[in-house]
Ligand binder design. Structure first.
Ligand code: NDP
Length: 288
């Protein structure tokens, strides 16, 4: 019997725990949210992050900058937030406009306030297995595995995708000594993707290609974590589209042990983990 890995349920549980913890604090943890320009997807992500802050009793500092802001001015904004003792976490919504070097901007965030876990310092610590801020989506995947007691020790994990925000960190986290998985990471140059995927006890799909992982690419009884979020046309819906993952859910759902749906799998976990990281930053900065 296949079971659904329900990210909505797990994220609600985690958010409820965070809310209770924040209620007990005299000062509210504060997340600074930096938005540059007016990309509709970015605006939507930023507004749901702020809404979640409000629901859980966090405060947020909104910094909305014009599309034309210079790199130097954006760096000054980050440096001000770094110095501001009332700010616990700093989030710069990506992507940034083309004239801005995103790597340079991310590097300027104080590692202690880097709640996205994207700075080279936090990434380096993650690879070394040291205390760090774990990027929110990989952290959400670990939380799902833990919640459903899916053991990774000695398991063969195949990660499809090697991005800095999903593929690389989740692969590194699962190969650490506390998780003990044997990890293969695939990319567009992988010679035989199907052969690699068929080896997986746990398959993590993060390639950004709609339903790229077909029914015959996953072995019976595997666990499938589908990170992908792809918008496809759907005239039957009023809004004209729906979301699908990187895996063919219908083809897989009856042959695997467990699978995350899209939407409602990994997606809802990401914001919950951002809030958790912000609370961790608040506590670490105060030695709590
Ligand atoms: P990127 O586009 O940055 O990276 C995709 C990776 O997948 C690349 O490493 C690429 O390889 C690899 N890839 C693409 N096609 C194939 C293929 N056919 N075979 C093997 N490897 C392939 O994507 P992200 O990591 O940012 O995101 C991945 C997916 O996850 C997207 O759908 C995104 O929307 C979603 N996402 C969901 C989040 C959530 O909260 N649930 C958060 C972040 C992302 P190469 O390096 O060779 O190009």
């Amino acid at each position: 019997m296949t079971y659904k890995i329900d990210g909505k349920e797990v994220s609600s549980y985690i958010k409820e725990c965070l809310k209770k913890e924040v209620q007990k604090l005299d000062i509210k943890p504060c997340l600074a949210v930096v938005l540059v320009g007016s990309n509709p997807a970015s605006i939507s992500y930023v507004s749901s992050k702020k809404k979640t802050c409000e629901e859980l009793g966090f405060s947020h500092r909104d910094i909305d900058l014009d599309e034309t802001v210079s790199q130097d001015d954006l760096i000054s904004v980050i440096e001000d937030l770094n110095r501001d003792d009332n700010v616990d976490g700093i989030l710069v919504q990506l992507p940034l406009p083309r004239h801005i070097d995103s790597d340079m901007i991310i590097k300027k965030i104080l590692p202690e306030k880097d709640v996205d876990g994207f700075t080279p310092i936090n990434m380096g610590r993650l690879v070394l297995g040291q205390e760090c801020f774990i990027p929110c989506t990989p952290k959400g995947i670990l939380a799902l595995l833990d919640y459903y007691k899916i053991d990774t020790d000695g398991k063969k994990v195949v990660v499809v995708g090697r991005s800095n925000i999903v593929g690389k960190p989740i692969a590194n986290l699962l190969m650490q000594k506390d998780r003990n998985a044997t990890v293969t990471v695939c990319n567009t140059h992988t010679k035989d993707l199907k052969k690699e995927c068929l080896e997986a006890d746990i398959l993590i799909a993060a390639c950004g290609q709609r339903e790229a992982i077909k029914g015959d690419m996953v072995k019976d009884g595997a666990v499938v974590i589908d990170v992908g979020i792809n918008r496809v046309d759907d005239p039957s819906r009023e809004r004209g589209w729906r979301l699908v993952g990187d895996c063919d859910y219908n083809a897989l759902k009856d042959k695997v042990t467990a699978i995350t749906p899209v939407p409602g799998g990994v997606g809802p976990m990401t914001i919950a983990m951002l809030m958790e990281n912000t609370l961790i930053a608040f506590k670490r900065r105060r030695g709590l």
